[in-house]
Design a protein around this ligand. Structure first.
Ligand code: 13P
Length: 257
């Protein structure tokens, strides 16, 4: 099955509103290929500005986290209706930085994924092992558990609304990307896991990104793998030229198919 590549920026805690606006004008100074899904996941404060700027473009805007309840006494949290009111379409869920520093668990990931798909928000669900887990040869066990728990209680149709991102923790922000062989092997395994949970059709249709030190110079090797459908990019998404180069590489992959 042909799956449309999706290149998503995760800006993490970078960019003020002013910086996000200048990025956007510069990024849009050249046309964006329409065979690639382009997503910018920005800090909450930048989202209203970005969704306005993106209105008449094909760029999707995403948050980097969300609470699963519609409203309530949860100081400091942001709800799905708040995001949807301003036109946010995507949300990163379960990023390893949230798991490591903000007590995100498989359970909260599952609550968030369920609430997001019910509301029609597209979750980008992150999974991946730490270096210690890889050394102990537990990579497959870890991602299998994370995938099972993230999707618990979802129908195959709801799973189909999601994007998955395999981000080995040790490859994030280190400049030390996984090899395409290793990433491809884990991503193919994640696809098999999806097949056991939601069936073959979902497994064939769901997009799985690689993330971790992706750069314009190495993205083509990842995208050449038949199971890798895009990238979730931190550092190399912060400059318009570099992010445009990543999108251009993904568009080339579309041409070859
Ligand atoms: P880097 O691309 O900076 O390694 O970050 C990856 C990441 O965490 C994207 O979510």
């Amino acid at each position: 099955m042909k799956r449309r590549p999706v290149i998503a920026a995760n800006w993490k805690m970078y960019k003020t509103i002013g910086e996000a606006s200048s990025f956007f004008s510069s990024f849009l100074s050249e046309p964006i290929p329409n065979d690639v899904e382009v997503v910018l996941c920005a800090p909450y404060l930048c989202l209203p500005t970005l969704t306005k700027l993106a209105e008449s473009t094909s760029v999707g805007i995403g948050a980097q986290n969300v609470h699963w309840k519609k409203e309530g006494a949860y100081t400091g949290e942001v709800s799905i209706p708040m995001l949807q009111e301003i036109g946010v379409k995507y949300v990163i869920i379960g990023h390893s930085e949230r798991r490591a520093y903000f007590a995100e668990t498989d359970q909260t990931v599952n609550e968030k994924v369920k609430a997001a798909v019910q509301a029609g928000l597209i979750p980008i669900v992150c999974v991946g092992e730490t270096w210690e887990e890889r050394e102990r040869e537990e990579t497959k066990q870890v991602v299998e558990r994370q995938v099972h728990r993230a999707f618990a209680g979802l129908s195959p149709e709801q799973m189909n609304q999601c994007i998955l991102a395999y981000e080995p923790v040790w490859a994030i922000g280190t400049g030390k990307a996984s090899t395409v062989e290793d990433a491809g092997e884990v991503i193919a395994f994640i696809r098999q896991t999806i097949a056991t949970i939601g069936g073959g059709q979902v497994a064939a249709a769901i997009r799985i990104q690689y993330g971790g030190s992706v750069k314009p110079e190495n993205i083509a090797t990842f995208l050449a793998h038949p199971d890798i459908d895009g990238a979730l990019v931190g550092g190399a998404s912060l400059k318009p030229d570099s992010f445009r180069a990543l999108v251009a590489e993904a568009s080339k992959r579309g041409d070859q198919e």
